[in-house]
Design a protein around this ligand. Structure first.
Ligand code: URA
Length: 443
């Protein structure tokens, strides 16, 4: 007798054969995996069975609950309405940096428990750590105090939040089982619900630089996320946003902080401003602060003051110079024409290989590494015009990334209809926010 309610083999077989898992099976298998009773190879087989067979809404909600119950729940407190946002990750996605202080400057409290980057998408903490003195690790008390004093906190998640997800995500990463909608959705929502917020806006990216390559997949993920939120009493809305081309001009760490600061000072690229304001509107509506005008607050520089207080509260110096790269390589246009495509995934890979990202979980990152895209789709160029700046402390990395960069953009004639997906930039009239999915608009 093992004293266990089920066996892993029976649970795997149930899903492998296409049947529903019962609530009891789900709670047991997630708990037993966290305790080490279910082995990695058994959970890998179950994750593959789920990827191939799927889980329905009730199974996914129960799986999420089991992952939340594997750890502690924070109870963050603030006298202001708490509201959170999560992005499924993209290239040049520095939106958290201007968004958290903006929404705080409009009267809400924003706890952003964030992660580090892995692969081609950057991590918010890696970006902020480019700021001299800034500290990512805060205690729960420090988070609550800063939420009350400043209204915005961006800090590291704690290891006690949804530990089952931490273990399972690492396993999925090495067993080709990441891209399953129920597994992605339960992974994201277990961490957010464990944080204790009851209002959440999700930025679900779609396009080459996103997990979800097509709009249909992104819509399915968004609906699943919203359903899990509803099942757990979290008021959740999702927006589908374009991630075919990098957001803004900067991709990397210090370069993205610099661009976020431009936005907070009332300038910056139009697409970053558009998405920041759109997400702020969604968050403020959920927080019952629809009268606030985030576009005005951003343009006026009021959000920049909140940013300075937020950075200062975590030991950083918001006025300090950001790290400069040891080497800058400029890539120029070889021909005349219009940039018709700038692929987010390709640019993300280039920034990562220049040193902005990591390959293994504990690798260090270079704060100064990254790419500045000096031309965006829809703009005309002439031979010799600088297209990209490559920033790195390891110049030997440049030659290796140039073929990847060259494959990531096209310069064509006047006609931009070469089959490339239209990039969402102001220059060609594209849009970043594609559609909304929420408890009020799911259809
Ligand atoms: N982000 C997460 O937190 N989990 C996933 O499974 C995918 C993206």
């Amino acid at each position: 007798m093992t004293g266990e309610s089920f066996t892993a083999v029976d649970v795997i077989r149930t899903k492998r054969d296409g049947s529903r898992l019962s609530d009891e099976q789900i709670r047991w298998v997630v708990d037993a995996y966290t305790r080490g009773v279910v082995a990695d190879e058994q959970m890998a087989a179950l994750a593959m069975a789920i990827l191939l067979r799927g889980m329905d809404a009730a199974e996914t909600a129960c799986w999420t609950g089991a992952m939340i119950d594997s750890g502690e729940r924070l109870s963050l407190r603030s006298s202001r309405p708490l509201v959170d946002k999560h992005s499924t990750g993209g290239v040049g996605d520095k939106i958290t940096l201007p968004l958290a202080p903006l929404v705080a400057a409009c009267g809400a409290a924003v706890p952003q428990l964030s992660g580090r980057g892995l692969g081609h998408t950057g991590g918010t903490l890696d970006k902020l750590e480019a700021i001299p003195g800034w500290r990512a690790e805060l205690s729960t008390d420090e988070i609550s105090r800063q939420l009350e004093d400043v209204g915005a906190v961006v800090c590291a998640t704690t290891p006690t939040l949804a530990p089952a997800d931490r273990k399972l995500y690492a396993l999925r990463d090495v067993t080709a089982t990441v891209d399953s909608v129920p597994l992605i959705a339960s992974s994201i929502m277990s961490k957010k619900i464990a944080e204790g917020v009851n209002r959440l806006v999700l930025d679900v990216k779609t396009g080459s630089g996103a997990f979800m390559k097509t709009r249909e997949q992104a819509r399915e993920l968004a609906k699943t996320l919203v359903e899990i939120g509803a099942a757990h009493g979290v008021d959740t809305r999702a927006v589908l946003t374009a991630m075919d081309t990098p957001l803004g001009s900067a991709v990397g760490n210090a370069v993205e902080v610099a661009e976020a600061v431009e936005v907070l000072r009332g300038g910056g690229p139009a697409d970053v401003v558009e998405l920041t304001v759109a997400l702020a509107r969604e968050m403020l509506a959920l927080a019952g602060l629809s009268d606030a005008d985030p576009a005005r607050v951003l343009a006026s520089g009021e959000a920049y003051e909140t940013w300075c207080r937020m950075i200062h509260a975590q030991g950083g110096d918001p006025e300090a110079a950001l790290p400069e790269p040891a080497h800058v390589h400029v890539v120029e246009a070889a021909e005349e024409g219009t940039m018709t495509r700038l692929d987010a995934y390709g640019v993300g890979v280039v920034a990562w290989r220049l040193g902005a990202g990591r390959t293994r979980k504990d690798d260090p990152v270079q704060s100064a590494a990254g790419v500045r895209c000096l031309v965006k789709p829809g703009e005309r160029v002439e031979p010799g015009r600088p297209l990209f700046e490559l920033h790195t402390d390891t110049p030997e990395a440049v030659a290796a990334v140039l073929p990847t960069l060259r494959a990531a953009y096209d310069i064509g004639g006047e006609d931009t209809g070469n089959g490339a997906a239209p990039a969402a930039t102001e220059a060609n009239g594209g849009r970043i926010v594609l559609e909304r999915v929420g408890s009020d608009v799911v259809g």
